[in-house]
Design a protein around this ligand. Structure first.
Ligand SMILES: [Zn+2]
Ligand SMILES: [Zn+2]
Length: 327
């Protein structure tokens, strides 16, 4: 099979011919039809996330069809369409796993980071960590639901019942979260990089009540804000824009350092929290809600061999919606 492989951080991905893998007892072998390109892939490829497997096939928004199943597989049969997210496995026994917080499991392994992912013609996945996908989405449209969608959804839940919700950075996750938030009756205030007129226009098309530069003040105090951009200096800016009792949610896996700020902008029971990974319950909830909204995903499609190009455009902020590789 053809795969795009990371041999060493900052070395770029290399198109490589590999043997097709064989499924273990709990695994399905998937013919990959689409794989989303996520900012986390950039953090892996750029060496900002260390501790992963090398070489690695990145990609953790996999949509495909089961072509073979291990002896113990009961959830899927050949021909089923499945989605594979970032969470590849957990220990199932630790304090986090048994209390509904498997996203925090110390033994968790992640797709495209510690387990080969979907930048390839075939991928393996554990049956218990794979999802059935709603009809009505093409393979490419469904791919961004699997990380941008469901980790974005977790961030939205963590932001609480905010009537006025700020969103910093309007990429793949934000364009999905904005639709769910509007569906829930929330007002959306979107902050983008100064000069990103295309991003602001896209946000208004998806129902944003206001758009502005990331260093601007919102027209009124917000109830919560979600930061999708990996930029720590946005945290104090977001805190200054929320009302007492509000939460600033940092939704990315990596962020530049947060500068010091006066205690006064945290005072008044404001809080800052991160969102880490996903639980399978997040996935099931979000995949049930998405067709009700209905969430529509904007995708830019690239061939598998164009993965480096897709990543470069994502890094430069030139993707509208989500980039998706179609092998
Ligand atoms: Zn992701
Ligand atoms: Zn665990």
């Amino acid at each position: 099979m053809r795969a795009m492989i990371l041999n060493r951080p900052r070395g770029g991905l290399v198109l490589t011919e590999l043997d097709r893998p064989e499924p273990g007892p709990q695994q399905v072998l998937i013919r990959v039809h689409a794989c989303g390109v996520c900012r986390t892939d950039l953090h892996v490829i750029d060496g900002e996330l260390t501790g992963g497997k090398l070489p690695i096939i990145p990609g953790h928004e996999i949509v495909g069809r089961v072509v073979a199943a291990g002896a113990a597989v009961t959830r899927f049969i050949a021909g089923d369409r499945v989605g594979v997210p970032w969470l590849a496995s957990t220990c199932g026994a630790c304090g986090y796993c048994v209390s509904g917080r498997e996203n925090l499991c110390d033994q968790a392994r992640f797709t495209g980071y510690q387990v080969d992912g979907g930048y390839a013609e075939y991928a393996l996945a554990d049956q218990h960590y794979s999802f059935a996908l709603p009809d009505g989405y093409s393979d490419a449209e469904a791919a961004p639901l699997l990380c941008a969608g469901l980790i974005g959804y977790r961030a939205l839940v963590m932001a609480g019942a905010a009537k006025r919700l700020g969103i910093y950075g309007f990429g793949a996750a934000a364009h999905i979260v904005a639709q769910v938030a509007r569906f829930q009756g929330q007002q959306i205030f979107v902050f983008t990089r100064p000069g990103d007129d295309a991003g602001k226009q896209f946000a208004r098309e998806l129902g944003a009540a206001w758009t502005g530069d990331s260093d601007a003040s919102p027209p009124e105090l917000l109830d919560a804000a979600i930061i999708f951009a990996p930029v720590g200096s946005l945290v104090p800016l977001a805190l200054r824009g929320i009302a007492k009792g509000g939460t600033v949610v940092c939704a990315g896996i990596h962020m530049s350092d947060i500068p010091a700020f006066p205690y006064a902008i945290l005072w008044g029971e404001r809080s800052i929290r991160s969102v880490a990974n996903l639980t399978r319950r997040d996935g099931e909830e979000f995949l049930r809600i998405a067709p009700q909204v209905p969430v529509k995903t904007a995708v830019e499609i690239f061939d598998l061999a164009q993965a480096n190009e897709a990543l470069r455009r994502l890094r430069e902020g030139h993707i509208t919606g989500a980039a998706v590789l179609v092998p």
